[in-house]
Design a protein around this ligand. Structure first.
Ligand SMILES: [Cu+2]
Length: 199
């Protein structure tokens, strides 16, 4: 009897935590998350996308996750959430950030050679900052549409974060080293350089 009662007690304590984890509040702010080898993409209700997650402080946020290629696992140790991102399926997790700051995002499912670099951040902003952030460069520009259509965001970010390829942020007129016939040349990434790289 005694062990049975203990086990039943533990079950209900666990059931309670489980329900809290699985039932996102109805007024949660919803953000889509796409995992891919080897980066995270966050898609907000207005269509904007980022490679780092931006959320307001003190508000429940529900993440709807999927993967475009293999299994990944979205892991934020600070918020105690870890959930698989599965190709062809939608999973979810929710959290409420209690303090403003930056928190680590990791991939917790081995997904290929750069798995260990599949890192990102949660940026928790105050409500004022967040409304401002949502309003800033809110429009999806024609350039964004073109980049999206051709899949450029698979390897390049626009916010400076490093993915497989260089970020588009400040990409114009920076110093690059090119290799030609075994010789290194230092040049500027001018229009010609960018055009050739893209083509
Ligand atoms: Cu991974």
């Amino acid at each position: 009897m005694v062990p049975t009662l203990i086990v039943i007690g533990i079950f209900f304590a666990g059931w309670d935590s489980f329900r809290a984890l699985r039932n996102a509040p109805k007024d949660s702010f919803q953000i889509k998350v796409e995992g891919k080898m080897w980066s995270w993409k966050f898609i907000y209700p207005d269509g904007r996308t980022t490679n780092e997650l931006y959320v307001p402080v003190g508000k429940p946020v529900k993440l709807n996750l999927t993967s475009v290629d293999v299994l990944h696992s979205f892991y934020v140790p600070a918020f105690r959430i870890k959930i698989d991102a599965v190709p062809g399926m939608e999973t979810y997790a929710w959290f409420k950030a209690e303090k403003v700051g930056k928190y680590d995002i990791l991939c917790a499912e081995y997904c290929g050679v750069r798995h260990a670099y599949m890192l990102s951040k949660v940026n928790v902003l105050t409500e004022d900052e967040y409304t401002k952030w949502l309003k800033s460069d809110n429009k999806i520009t024609k350039v964004d549409q073109i980049l999206k259509k051709h899949g450029c965001f698979d390897c390049h970010s626009t916010d400076g974060s490093i993915l497989v390829g260089p970020s588009f942020k400040n990409i114009y007129n920076r110093d690059v080293v090119v290799l030609e016939k075994g010789k290194e040349y230092k040049i500027k990434s001018d229009e010609n350089y960018l055009r050739e790289s893209i083509l």
